[in-house]
Structures are given as C-alpha cells and as structure tokens.
Write a protein that binds this ligand. Structure first.
Ligand SMILES: [Zn+2]
Length: 115
C-alpha cells in the first residue's frame, strides 16, 4: 500500500482514519479465525489487540463471553487499555485487561462495510 507523505488539505475523511479503521478490521478478521480454532479445541496464543496501531502486538485474554460481547456490534473492537484513538472512537466499557471501543462517525460506516 502506498503511504502518502504528510496530510493533504481538504480531506473530509482522511487516510489516517481509514488506515486505523482498516487495521482494526484486519485484526478483527484474524481474531475471528482464532475464535474458530478455539471452538474446534485448538490452543491459541490469545486474541490480538484490535487497535489502529499496525505495530501493536499486544495479546488479549478474552473469555468466550467477553469475545461474544466484543463482537455484538459491527463497529465494536477489543483493545488493550489505553489503545484508543479518541477522535474517531469511544470507550464503551473498561475491563481490567482490555477495553471495548466503538468507532464513530464516518469510520463507523467504514468498518461496518468491512464487517
Ligand atoms: Zn493495541
């Protein structure tokens, strides 16, 4: 993927927001595969943090119930505490080892399309 240098003026929905949303949707897809393995009794190393940082490699230990809650909305993601981009997402619930966040505005529409 080509990375634009700097930010272009006049963007309504910026590449940055889109990149963050895309990254989160990517990790969500990865975690859905992990959830599938767990249903089949295969061991996994835990879920990946679904934040917008491409270099983040934090693992989350979600229970089945917590995973179900994280997947209950198409714009909802499970991230490590503090891994929040406050201008495009809001924290809906804080657990001790992870937080649930939801995308807002145009990013919300974008991740729903990717879901
Ligand atoms: Zn993270």
């Amino acid at each position: 993927m080509d990375e634009p240098q700097g930010s272009e003026p006049g963007e309504s929905f910026g590449d940055r927001e889109k990149r963050i949303a895309y990254n989160e949707a990517w990790f969500r897809a990865l975690n859905e595969r992990k959830a599938e393995w767990m249903r089949n009794g295969l061991p996994t190393a835990g879920f990946r943090c679904e934040c917008g940082n491409t270099s983040c490699s934090v693992r989350l230990g979600l229970s089945k119930k917590e995973w179900t809650e994280a997947r209950s909305e198409p714009n909802r993601f499970a991230v490590a505490p503090g891994h929040v981009v406050y201008d495009v997402e809001v924290v809906v619930k804080e657990y001790s080892d992870f937080w649930l966040i939801e995308k807002r505005g145009e990013a919300e529409e974008f991740v729903k399309e990717l879901a």
